[in-house]
Design a protein around this ligand. Structure first.
Ligand SMILES: C[S@@+](CC[C@H](N)C(=O)[O-])C[C@H]1O[C@@H](n2cnc3c(N)ncnc32)[C@H](O)[C@@H]1O
Length: 510
């Protein structure tokens, strides 16, 4: 059977079907030796071989730069090998991945349903989508009908957990080469088997594949398909946020994690090509890395998240540094040195730091006195304050300002919880009704600028270069600065030249 979403390779030079890959990067195709030579001369020599995949016992397979890579350079561009809905999500179209809205039919709200298999879809056109066609035919053949109906906005449907693994399994017939590429990715199946999620999948997914669809796969292969997805899939969103799904990009799956990564990725075009971009210059021989977790979590949370979801102990330079490059993102003040009467204390400002950040059970000790805390006390405190923060109303800046003020004796201004509160404030001031830039008082406008600067200092250390975090902050900062400059100019506090100098200083400084 012809594989419907097969990406027929095209010659880089003439765009005709091609079967020979570049011997260096194995990414670009040519139809002939002559076109390979021409393509090389015409510029591939500058793009080729930016990385190779190596193996080590501690890191598994990982990407290494084979030459110096410039900041901003695109390192890799790749089409998805398989894509589909996330494990559990509000209904999204199985054809175009758009989030679905219910329609009112006969006084009842419900989604449009595929006329054959009854999965919620956008409409008749999406029913014919290549992504959905084969699974739909199979389910229809087997007389399976999905029973998802609209109940309420944002209700997540666990039934989606079967679709993407089934798409992987179906590729064994439709695209055996790509199937092998996917199923042989790192899966951590053994570790996942003992989790409650995989106990559920053992019951639901395996039954669906074997009994409902009648496919001949053993339990281990079926669960491996799910496990490969959990280890390697990227969370893909369209720029407007309307489409969301997960996808495997086989080459990009070779990228290991670092808590200070040197790349970011974007998804391009209607076919959601993965484009990997260097955020900083990468020297030949350096690892090319991505961040699998939230870089604004402290080390305790990041390492635990990586261990639970990706089954490894991160030992990157940031995790090894008890101060996280001097940001103190995961630290708290020593309650002895900063206790009552601290204003007269020479040790005021002393921090509690982990005695061994690569061991989450190790104790925490004050940098200046003998005060120590057990790691579980750090976890408890952290979780309690996190709950406090999560309870705040995202539209009320006062709540976040009060949170920062309430914990200023305990939390360093760069502590990740304070940073998250500051980030919420930056998002509210200038962007939310009642707080648009034109509506902000001069004091609040200055507050927004100060917050952006404080966060930019952290971003410079944790996500340096052309990272998304820095980029978003710079845009916010620039917009607020433009409004402030105009106000100062209108009020006669700045001359025209002064205003120009202010904007140039901003541009050059960043
Ligand atoms: C998307 S895969 C990356 C490629 C993988 N190393 C391989 O051999 O196929 C993710 C897995 O790689 C491993 N990994 C990623 N980053 C790592 C790191 N910094 N240290 C150790 N293992 C890492 C973990 O096993 C993780 O679950």
């Amino acid at each position: 059977m012809e594989y419907p979403f097969r990406d027929v390779p095209k010659c880089e030079v003439c765009q005709k079907p091609a079967s020979q890959t570049c011997g260096g990067c194995k990414i670009v195709y040519y139809c002939s030796r002559a076109h390979q030579k021409l393509g090389w001369r015409e510029g591939h020599k500058f793009k080729c071989c930016a990385f190779k995949v190596q193996y080590s016992d501690s890191l598994g397979r990982h990407m290494v730069a084979t030459r110096d890579i410039k900041q901003g350079e695109m390192i890799l561009k790749e089409k998805p090998a398989v894509l589909g809905p996330r494990m559990s999500a509000p209904p999204h179209c199985l054809g175009c991945n758009r989030k679905l809205q219910p329609q009112k039919v006969n006084e009842k709200w419900d989604y449009y349903k595929c006329s054959s298999c009854k999965w919620p879809m956008c409409g008749p056109k999406c029913e014919q989508s290549e992504h959905h066609k084969i699974e739909c035919e199979l389910m229809t053949d087997r007389k399976y009908k999905c029973n998802i109906s609209y109940e309420c906005e944002e209700k997540r449907e666990a039934a989606y957990c079967v679709i993407t693994p089934v798409r992987v399994l179906l590729m064994k017939e439709t695209n055996p080469l790509q199937y092998e590429n996917i199923i042989n990715l790192q899966s951590h199946l053994e570790e996942r088997m003992s989790t409650s999620l995989y106990t559920i999948l053992k019951a639901n997914l395996v039954t669906f594949v074997v009994q409902v669809l009648g496919l001949r796969f053993d339990e281990e292969t079926i669960l491996k398909a799910a496990s490969v997805l959990d280890t390697n899939a990227f969370d893909v969103r369209s720029p407007d946020g309307a489409k969301r799904f997960r996808a495997i990009y086989v080459t990009a799956s070779m990228m290991n994690h670092s808590c200070r990564s040197n790349t970011r990725h974007v998804f391009l075009g209607d076919d959601f090509k993965f484009a990997l971009i260097a955020t900083v210059p990468i020297a030949k021989g350096e690892l090319i890395t991505a961040t699998y977790t939230q870089s604004l979590y402290g080390t305790l949370d990041r390492r635990r998240h990586l261990k639970t979801n990706k089954y490894f102990d991160c030992e990157c330079i940031r995790c090894s540094d008890p101060t996280e490059f001097g940001t103190y993102l995961g630290n708290i003040y020593c309650s002895v040195c900063n206790g009552p009467g601290a204003e007269y204390n020479v040790s005021r400002g002393a921090m509690m730091v982990s005695t061994d950040p690569l061991d989450e059970t190790s104790s925490w000790k004050c940098e200046r006195c003998d005060h120590t805390l057990l790691s579980k006390q750090m976890f408890w405190g952290n979780n309690a304050l996190k709950q406090d923060l999560n309870r705040l109303d995202k539209s009320k800046p006062r709540d976040f300002e009060e949170f920062i003020d309430k914990y200023k004796q305990t939390l360093h201004p760069n502590n990740h919880l304070v940073v998250q509160a500051k980030l919420s404030l930056v998002q509210i001031y200038g962007n939310v009704k009642g707080y648009h830039l034109s509506e902000l008082t001069d004091d609040l406008l200055q507050r927004k600028l100060d917050l952006c600067q404080e966060l930019l200092e952290i971003a410079d250390k944790l996500e340096p270069g052309w990272s998304r975090f820095r980029g978003t902050l710079l845009l916010d900062y620039q917009a607020a600065l433009a409004v402030q400059t105009k106000r100062d100019f209108d009020a006669g506090k700045l001359t025209k030249t002064g205003a120009q100098v202010k904007s140039v200083q901003f541009t050059c400084g960043n």
